[in-house]
Structure formats: C-alpha cells, structure tokens
Design a binder for this molecule. Sequence first.
Ligand code: COI
Length: 354
Amino acid sequence: MIMPYEIKTEKVKNSRLPGIDFDKVPFGKVFTDHMLVAEYYDGEWQETSIMPFQELRLSPASTVLHYGQEIFEGLKAYRDHDGKPYLFRPYENFKRMNFSADRMVMPQIPEEIFMGGIKELISLDQGWIPTNPGGSLYIRPFMIANDEYVGIRVSENYKFVVFCCPVNSYYSEPIKIKIEQKYVRAARGGTGEAKTGGNYAASLYALSKGRQLGYTQMLWTDAIEHKWIQECGTMNVFFVIGDKVITPNLDGSILQGVTRDSLLTLLRDNEYKVEVRPISVDELVEAHRAGQLKEVFGAGTAAVIAQIKAIGYNDEDLVLPPFDSWEVSNWLYKTLTGIKHFDLPDKYGWMVKI
Ligand code: COI
C-alpha cells in the first residue's frame, strides 16, 4: 500500500531534452519530461505520483470544466554557478496557493505535497533549467475540482498537478497597455486576490478588444468608478512619478504578487521613496501632462519586469520617455535577475536550494 504523501515515480524511457534549444523556446509551449499529480478524495490527500508528462483523464462531467473551481500558481527555478537547482521564494507561492484554495473552498495542500513534490519533480527534471541569460524553468502548480457531477456544490474530489516549462521572457519587448474603463476584471468582494482561472477568463473580452487596437494588455481599474488603478492582469504595476515609486495597495481585488513584494523590499532597502497606496487614473494622466511620469512597469513571475512604452487613455496614447533614462526599473531588473542568477548576494534568503 502507498502511504499518503509518499511520492511514487515513473521515469520517462527517453528524455526529450536533447532536442531542446533553450535560446529559442517560446513561453509556455515546451514541457519538461515529467509532471506531478496528487489526488484528493474521501476527505484527504491520497496518492502523489511523478510520471511522464501526459494528458489528464477527466470525465466530461468533471466540475472544473463547468463551474471553474480551480486555482494555480507560477514560480521559477534557476541554477547557481555550480549548476545546482534553486527555487525563487517558493514558500510565498505555497502560502498564496493555500490562500486561493481557501477563497475557492478547496482543500489546503500540505507542505509535503506542494514543496516536497515540486522539489522532487525539479530534481528529476533539473537538466531542463536553462542557463542562458533571461532563461529559467517556469513551474505551474494547479488544483482542479473533479467531481463527476453536473449540479452546483463545493466539490469533494480534487487533483493537484505540477508541470514545468523552460522559458525566456514573457514579453520580448516593451509593451503598450490600455486603461480599461468599461469592462471589469475584479471587484471588491470578488475573487481578484485569488489566483483562479476565472479572473483571467473574465479579462479576455476586453483584452481581445484592446489587442485589435494594438495594446498588449489592459490596465484594469476598479469596478465601481473605473477611477482607481488595479493591475495589468499578467502582472502588478508600478509608476515612477517625480522621485517616488508608487504601486497600488492590496485592496482585495488585485493579486499579492511575489515579484511585487520582492521589488518593494529592494526599493525600500535602497532608500527609494516608495508609496503603496490607491493611485487614480487622473493622477497618472496629470503626472504625464506635467512631464512627471518617468517610468511605468509591470512586475510578475512570468513577466519579471516589463517596461511599458505607452498607456492608452481614451483615444490617446500617453507615451513614456526613452528607456535609457529609466533608472528605477533598469536597476530593479539588474538587481533581481542578479540575485536569481547568483551574480549578486542573496541577502534575503530568497533562493531555496532543492
Ligand atoms: C505568472 O506570472 O506566473 C502568471 O501566472 C501570469 C501568467 C500570465 C503567465
């Protein structure tokens, strides 16, 4: 009999790794050799297995397919100069996964399964961690509700799955974003703070309209007045206005980003003037008119730091200054990637050895 949390492993016969060129992998389309699956039923976590990357078998009546009870995470693995694998701040993702699980009425995932499972999976697939500049191994844990039942209720069966992709930058160049003042990603009291697929699904209609106009992402605003800035959907957002670095406070409708938190730590420890507070569309537009909007950038695990070259507002583009003057985001990018790639000291203990 298999004891709960014991991880049973079936290895691939032939690795696909020799055919992979890390410099050329597109984001999220190339998968490592193995994945992890844990099953929850009868009120507890049962078998946990590592197996060759493969399709999941689900009933067409599986609850996740109809009602979207699902959550996910995104974290990254890197190597040190000796080639040893590390995870960047994985306990933050572990905590946020269980925060999202609570909000979506799903079971808590034990540390042995989340952390233990990811460590074992990454040890096995460590050859897939890129070492090229800007490369990393993106790890995607997720949990789905899996009752075979067409009615609405909190499910009793769940699957927790982890798979991984070697990746380069999510955005290969600076992007244009558009202030969204009609559609809503998340409202207070909703699920905006949980990392659940529905938030992303809800953003797609406005996103597709924005894409037709040449914007890569929406800059979401609050659901009631469309006055207060929230986040970008793929990342949190930061503004440099005058000599201050400003990011919206966590008000329950935006994601508690791990990269956001890391940047705030770096900024505060290096004497930058940081303000975490509500920021309105009017303040942004006025700062731009006054020549005080110096930098706008997104922060996320996939995106890392994404510089924004213009913000669409009504029918105009607020164009940002040339990037060589962007002292804050260029410094943050160098510092954060320096820590992740072991070129700078890890004084916060963010890199966790596998
Ligand atoms: C991440 O940054 O990990 C995300 O989940 C964002 C997604 C667009 C890839």
